[in-house]
Design a protein around this ligand. Sequence first.
Ligand code: FE2
Length: 372
Amino acid sequence: MSDKLGILGYDYVEFFVGSAKMWAYWHAKTLGMDIVGYSGSETGVKGRTSYFLVKNNFKLVITAASKPSEYEITSFVSKHGDGVKRWSLKVKDVNTAFENAISNGAIPERAPQKSEDEKGWVEEAAIKLYDDAEIVFVNRENYNGIFMPGFGKPIQDIQLKAEETGLMAIDHIVGNVRINEMNLWANYLNKSLNFETFIDFGPGDISTKYSALLSKVVRSKEGASVKNPINEPYEGIKKSQIEEYIDVYLGSGIQHIAVATPDIIKTIAALRANGAEFLSVPDTYYDGLKERGMDVTEDIDELKKNGILCDTEGDGYLLQLFTKPISDRPSFFYEIIQRRKGAQGFGQGNFQALFESIEKDQDLRGSLEKNK
Ligand code: FE2
């Protein structure tokens, strides 16, 4: 039982970026998040600047170096570009989770450590993930201040006009790894976090005319509240999006975060009005949906108008859409997802249309050909 680690669900995700302030602005303006916390020299933290952003249960920390000597951040950003450094799991007891993970094969990054101020205490520990990322075990239950010690209110009162996006919480976090690394990391997560493999897409399950990938989804055994797909390139005649990621990110790392909404039509319309850029699928995709006679509550013309994808799964279905990469390198992007009637999957029925759309963008970047 995953309960022996006391995992309660996702907590925050932290990015390392070139400019935390600009990234915070983008997330506030585009995803409609609130900038509720700030950490930097004004709050007694030297060398780095962080913003804490919240939208319902979706929480991000965006961090940049404010001094060139902050090597943990500067070396990460100079190698990978802007990207996810760590994602965290809320646990009942950090020590128990960490000791359990380590005794089951996890690679330690940071031993349990408490930080304290007059508002209470927070405890964290971390294990290694992929080339240069971490999974953090965190307990913030005994802290009443903003996020954790070292954070205060934002120095500037940043008021940005954004449409209400209704984003609720992290649904899943996806990693991209090199050829032959998928099983290694799936086994690592299953063993050290006591997860299980939930879906296994083998050769031929996910492919277009040009490229292919393999994917395994691991998840926590209890309540399936934490889900982590892992993608690996598979042989194709052209370069797959996973290979492109590995090339531009210089290694394995986090590819996307899926954020759940209870009303995807409203959410996508708001995100588009806020300036988000999404992958586009051809109009013929929706003819196919109508022909398949899918039993969905939403109006298909409304889905078409907003470019939203739909995939059925038993009695349930899911609605989803992917942004274009949000920073300079074609690496990290967001997915917006709404699960209906208990759907648990990841939109396999949409992969074809989606990957053809990604390949169109790859072609524009000149990175679809193998030798580039
Ligand atoms: Fe996804």
